[in-house]
Design a protein around this ligand. Structure first.
Ligand SMILES: C[S@@+](CC[C@H](N)C(=O)[O-])C[C@H]1O[C@@H](n2cnc3c(N)ncnc32)[C@H](O)[C@@H]1O
Length: 167
């Protein structure tokens, strides 16, 4: 939905870099779909930077559980497993995850979008604005509130995401 709405993959074709900014990473389905579309596009941009802000991040274990329950497409499942393997610790601030030899970078900012957005310094080419409400994601039987308490907006403000790499 967001790919089409943002004129992708067409708009990134032939570009040296393309940056997507998203509010609400959730279980990262938008990121996985974008990454998969980038991979399958022979005219893809040289580098893709996906920046996403999430206030209530899942644990790696809950992410894997959610993917097992919902992702049936084989190529998405492969990317989902790579993402879960690279998932950072649940500490506030920015976490950069490189994939595909650094041509794809996911910057995950754990914090409240209201606090993180004003601190960002980047030029986004596309904006994925997902509904900012907790989604009902399978969490292997544990309430998601156990994760929420680990990220505080106050500390997230101190460690904003880094700008898009100028490469
Ligand atoms: C509908 S889900 C996003 C779906 C996601 N983009 C995907 O592709 O799977 C909305 C997400 O926004 C997060 N969220 C809600 N309020 C937020 C806020 N103020 N700042 C950052 N994230 C927030 C929720 O925790 C939830 O994970």
């Amino acid at each position: 939905m967001f790919l089409q709405g943002n004129g992708l993959p067409g708009r990134w074709q032939g570009q040296p870099r393309f940056t997507v900014l998203e509010t609400g990473f959730g279980m990262g389905i938008n990121f996985l779909a974008t990454w998969a579309a980038w991979r399958s596009d022979p005219a893809r941009c040289e580098r893709l930077h996906f920046v996403s802000i999430e206030k209530h991040p899942l644990s790696a274990q809950d992410l894997r559980c959610a993917y097992a329950a919902t992702v049936t497409d084989e190529s998405l499942a492969t990317l989902a497993a790579m993402l879960a393997d690279a998932w950072p610790p649940l500490v506030p601030g920015a976490h950069q995850l490189p994939f595909d030899a650094g041509r794809v970078t996911l910057t995950l900012a754990f914090g409240d979008a209201a606090d993180v957005l004003p601190t960002l310094s980047l030029r986004a080419n596309a904006f994925f604005s997902t509904a900012l409400r907790p989604r009902r994601t399978p969490t292997c039987g544990r309430p998601r509130s156990s994760v929420r308490s680990r990220v505080s907006p106050t500390t997230a403000r101190r460690s904003p995401p880094t700008p898009a790499p100028e490469t």
